[in-house]
Write a protein that binds this ligand. Sequence first.
Ligand code: ADP
Ligand code: MG
Ligand code: ZN
Length: 568
Amino acid sequence: MPDSPNPTARRFEAEGAANPLDVLKRVYGYSAFRGEQQAVIEHVVEGGDAVVLFPTGAGKSLCFQIPALCRRGVGIVVSPLIALMRDQVEALKQLGIRAAALNSSLTREEAIAVRRALASAALDLLYVTPERAVTDGFAEMIGDIDVALFAIDEAHCVSQWGHDFRPEYRGLDCLASRFPGVPRIALTATADPHTRDDIVERLALTRARVFTSSFDRPNIAYEIVERDQPRLQLLRFLRHFKDASGIVYCLSRAKVEDTAEWLNAQGIRALPYHAGMERALRDAHQDAFLKEEKLCLVATVAFGMGIDKPDVRYVAHLDLPGSVEAYYQETGRAGRDGLPSEVWMAYGMADVIQRRRMIDDGGAPEEIKRIERSKLNALLAICETAGCRRQAILAHFGEAHPGGCGHCDTCLKPVDTWDGTEAAIKALAAVYRTGERFGTGHVIDVLMGTVNEKTERFGHVDMPVFGAGKDLPARTWQSVFRQLLAASLITVDHTAFGALKLEPEARSVFRRERQVLFRKDRAASGRAARAQKSAAARERSDLAGSDLELFELLRAERLSIAREMDVP
Ligand code: ADP
Ligand code: MG
Ligand code: ZN
């Protein structure tokens, strides 16, 4: 295997070191670095640790591949998926780079060949799984050879805040103690502040330089609609893409199969993809998607990580993802070539209940469930915002955006809003007066004037804000808090049991310098409520058998859920 060094690779080996720009041009055939790539590469070549937070498609791989080629020794890359490794190794070999992967899919002979290549310094890059990287055996194997760097790709896997938590990533801090002189670089496209902090802490990267770039994907147009007649809504959306390929995400395997079949019946070439399918068929569908120009791949979340198809023109969600991170990752698969692309999601109350059930019935500890609930609420905040979607999404990643992007649905077709400045002031005042120490459930109790053990114990019943929000139903207050969250006027402190805190910008609302517009709650009026009911009936006919039980639950819970749903 790795005994085919082409002249380029051999030359680098002979020289022992090379200039990053030279490598970029000669090995990769690119003319210039993108964004911060060069800064990262130079930092790591000089031996520094780095945390790289760039969005999908930004070109993170080069940030560790080029330093590995420029430094003496082999670059060890920790990567979570064997399939992902295989693709990267193949691509590197095509470029004449001496790359290999060490994982359980190798035969004994192949594994021995990789070890030999490693021992004789005949590798530039070695990909390993986290499980392997933390073993004593692996430490021994690389103990006597030169290691150029450790790269920890998809580093969000270390965090429960990420969308792909992998416990094995937790052990990777051992690399710091075992190989103190070797630079480490952690990379991810998930950069909400919680995940970011977790990466730095869990991987012992407190002294690393953090490189971030904007998470905005300006060529992606966002649209989120309330589910009414999902199949027809989807069809209407897909009409714009007769000559293009894209992905339709569904939650369940059954829905993937049904939807693909239905789309074909509508004259749209569609193929299903989910983890329950035979391996060979799944791979065939993935290959077809990578090669064909007009194919709709209907998939569960099993599809996507590491897929590098540049011309995905659309991504549709028929079900609500579990978090903003997941939504961002999945929609981020559109438009990697930089050309205009559209993403669309239809969501309904049924999703919220289904997702909540998945969390509640899952075996996770209460602490994790709390995190999951708040991640779901953060996504709902984006669904419900009356403001610019792009602004709300970027706010989630701690990035300021002026709003009014001009190509999200709320910018193009402003939603029905009501002037919620007074309501916002009441909500913010209730947060402030109660000392920024409570979650939404309690703050809403205070606004609604609910006398209970907690409001009495903390003396909140005697405050002027107590009962100040009786003019609106609790359900509306839930929505108000989610929208305040989306507008970055408040944040949730997860280290303090979900306590709400005011953001500096809240001051301009108190001073009435800033008007706050809220999306109209459709269920507020009788007519709207009836419309919602018939929409629910239509939705029912669209649900698969196993979802029917859920639907009954939905009807029963529709009223109680509004109160229950904590922001968190
Ligand atoms: P990420 O891991 O950040 O999602 P990748 O490393 O997979 O992104 O890179 C995405 C694509 O961009 C790849 O096809 C890669 O070859 C290409 N690319 C990366 N850097 C450059 C560059 N400086 N110039 C041109 N193309 C680049
Ligand atoms: Mg990558
Ligand atoms: Zn916008």
